[in-house]
Ligand binder design. Structure first.
Ligand code: ZN
Length: 388
């Protein structure tokens, strides 16, 4: 079995390379719009037009506009590919009965990615050589495992450049541990697991969130279209990126711990209505943490030969894990106190055990109350014994 993975590495292009990257993005945008125009015209005239027609058109356009030759040909082909993917996605939505508009022409600065599919790149130590762009220093903060299938160069809103390196590799199964775990994610704690760990909610975001508020306040005071406003906007984008990175670092380490130590990991299906729908972007990034956590568990489980299961959330909170009876509780009841069998414990711990048993298909067994261990986020980030 082959698995795919994308590494994200920061690029540090020198002035010259950066301006070539920017020119390439603009040329790609021009091409995208030009091909879209051609498709629209054909449809207006009731002419059939296909992906290979516009593919062929690129060759003609290159003769008419020699500057297009400054972009690696495969990258141009991928612009056509992207355009048709967008068209197909739109058609699918239409089929589902969704009201959809037309594909729009893309404005300046819209194009953010250069797609080097299969070829046009070479990694040379601490540099990456991109065809028609040149050498760019790259920070490979992790070793690349597997065969590189393509590289997507991307300009983020903050103005930073990244290389998304797509690899294909054969998973290496980890040795069996004989352990299984259920995980309940929540609001009070980031998660509670069936071995009594309660991982605190990442409060270290707080500092970043406060900075976001301050910059947003400044931003609101700057004149629209002014240089200062642009500066503040870039600053804000950088802070958001930092927030995502902090979050992902925490989630990578947490998921890594579970994958290393358990053969089977059971969680419950996330329900959208349970998640806070917050208009604040920073909060949204945090709300997306559970989904991202499950994504990481899934991908890591696949490559380590572990089992990752999602169970239906019905009854996992209310059911007593010791006797199986329903014990109604409201959102503010933090404890599970069973009037039938006397089992008392933290509500999330009760849920995590229910989740585990639902995943394993195990019957209820009488349990004794067990002390829980609250684990701070810093222990997750630093790793080591506190988690064990
Ligand atoms: Zn009970």
């Amino acid at each position: 079995m082959q698995t795919h993975y994308t590494y994200k590495f920061r690029l540090y292009p020198k002035k010259e390379a950066e301006s070539r990257l920017e020119e390439s993005l603009e040329l790609c945008r021009w091409l995208y719009n030009r091909l879209l125009e051609e498709i629209n015209r054909a449809r207006k005239e009731d002419r059939k037009i296909t992906q290979s027609d516009t593919q062929g058109l690129i060759v003609r356009l290159k003769h008419e506009n020699p500057e297009l030759n400054e972009v690696y040909s495969k990258v141009l082909q991928m612009v056509n590919y992207q355009l048709w993917s967008n068209i197909r996605a739109l058609a699918r939505l239409k089929q589902k009965g969704k009201k959809i508009g037309k594909l729009r022409f893309k404005g300046k600065g819209w194009f953010k990615t250069l797609n080097f599919n299969q070829s046009g790149f070479k990694l040379k130590g601490k540099k990456i050589d991109l065809s028609k762009i040149g050498e760019i220093p790259i920070k490979l903060h992790r070793p690349i495992e597997g065969k590189i299938k393509g590289i997507i160069v991307k300009r983020e809103k903050s103005g930073k450049w990244f290389a998304n390196v797509q690899v294909e590799y054969k998973p290496k199964p980890l040795p069996s541990t004989g352990n299984e775990i259920g995980i309940d994610v929540g609001i009070k704690y980031f998660l509670t697991d069936s071995e009594g760990r309660q991982i605190e909610n990442p409060k270290f975001y707080q500092k970043t969130l406060e900075r976001i508020k301050v910059v947003q306040h400044w931003l609101s005071k700057k004149k629209k279209g002014s240089r200062n406003r642009t500066k503040q906007r870039i600053k804000l984008a950088k802070i958001y990126e930092k927030l995502v990175n902090q979050r992902d670092d925490f989630l990578h380490k947490l998921s890594h711990f579970y994958i290393e130590n358990y053969d089977t990991i059971v969680v419950e299906e996330l329900q959208i209505q349970n998640m806070a729908r917050n208009p604040c972007l920073a909060q949204k990034i945090l709300d997306a943490s559970w989904g991202r956590f499950f994504q990481l568990l899934l991908y890591k489980a696949e490559s380590a030969g572990r089992v990752f299961l999602k169970v239906h959330p019905r009854g996992t909170t209310q059911k007593c894990v010791s006797c199986g009876k329903e014990v109604q509780k409201s959102l503010k009841d933090r404890m599970h106190v069973c009037p039938y069998c006397g089992f008392e414990t933290d509500r999330d711990y009760n849920a995590s055990l229910n989740i585990l048993y639902a995943g394993l298909g195990q019957p209820f067994v009488p349990l004794e109350m067990k002390p829980l261990r609250v684990i701070p986020v810093s222990s997750v980030i630093e790793g080591g014994s506190p988690l064990r």
